[in-house]
Write a protein that binds this ligand. Structure first.
Ligand SMILES: Nc1ncnc2c1ncn2[C@@H]1O[C@H](COP(=O)(O)OP(=O)(O)O)[C@@H](O)[C@H]1O
Ligand SMILES: [Mg+2]
Length: 274
């Protein structure tokens, strides 16, 4: 049995069109799944349905044997954390420390243990020296790290990131990606991450491609990207290094393995010769 079973799920916000349209796939326990697709392809809607933040009316989602519905959602949410793109909507505490503490207090974590948990996760996201800051005085990227720390501190076994790193600067993105890869290494955490970051997709186990609310592909990332023609059909930009490889293929030039900068340089050189 898979940890998360998504069965023929559809969702409409209005009568005109379906935001999610007949989507089915299973997610294995301990796996790291990325979800890609154009804006409006239904990624956030699907994430909210999995997290029980939108009421499922068509199809069903089963998490750990429990159907996502009003009756079970409390039980399911105990073990599920979700981080959204916009950190401004996610703050509750008056300081960073309070904010990370909020979820822990809800879980009735003893107060003498709380400080060490808060400090551990503040360090994980690189905010140790900001614990007494007011969240509204932080930058977008820092706010997002607080949201991530607060979610991680609850140790959910299912972690959903909805473009959670899109507000971060490149360094911040890299750090969180590294953290996600570390979290994914063990078998006890299942990650679903909606992303536009190809590097992140390549570090995941499975990749869901949504197009106009429908499941377009669900496969290992290397499989998804091995068919650029298919991705191009839905105008999904293929990874830059794949484009470069394609170009090399056309020009029949030998590659230095994975040396992207070298590839680009050689490509430019070969172009200027033509
Ligand atoms: N709250 C909402 N009310 C009405 N329509 C919405 C709402 N949220 C999303 N939609 C519509 O549902 C579709 C899917 O949106 P969404 O799930 O946010 O896509 P994505 O996360 O892939 O950008 C889009 O057509 C979007 O306009
Ligand atoms: Mg979205």
């Amino acid at each position: 049995m898979s940890l998360i079973e998504i069965k023929d799920v559809s969702y409409s916000y209005n009568m005109e069109n379906k935001a999610v349209d007949g989507v089915s796939f299973d997610i294995e326990a301990g796996s790291y799944t990325t979800v890609i697709g154009h804006n409006g392809s239904g990624k956030s809607t699907l994430a909210k349905l999995i997290a029980g933040l939108l009421e499922l009316k068509e199809g069903e989602i089963i998490i750990n044997g429990l159907k996502v519905n009003e009756e079970n959602i409390y039980e399911i949410r105990k073990d599920l954390g979700i981080v959204f793109q916009n950190p401004d909507n996610q703050f509750i505490g008056s300081t960073v420390r309070d904010d990370i503490a909020f979820g822990l207090e809800n879980r009735l974590v003893e107060s003498d243990k709380m400080d060490s948990i808060i400090e551990e996760y503040a360090e994980t996201v690189g905010l140790s020296s900001f614990l007494d800051y007011e969240p509204q005085n932080l930058s977008g990227g820092q706010k997002q790290r607080v949201a991530i720390a607060g979610t991680l501190a609850m140790k959910p076994s299912i972690l959903i990131f909805d473009e959670a790193t899109s507000m971060l600067d490149p360094k911040g993105k890299k750090e969180i990606k590294k953290l996600m890869a570390q979290l994914a290494e063990g078998d006890d955490i299942t990650i679903i991450s909606i992303t536009h970051d190809i590097e992140e997709v390549l570090q995941s186990d499975m990749c869901v491609v949504l197009n106009k609310g429908r499941l377009f592909m669900y496969d290992k990332p290397e499989k998804v990207f091995s068919d650029p023609e298919r991705l191009r059909k839905i105008n999904l930009d293929i990874p830059f290094n794949l484009k470069v490889k394609e170009e090399f293929g056309k020009n029949k030039i030998k590659l230095k393995a994975n040396d992207l900068e070298g590839m680009v340089e050689e490509l430019c050189r070969s172009r200027s010769k033509h």
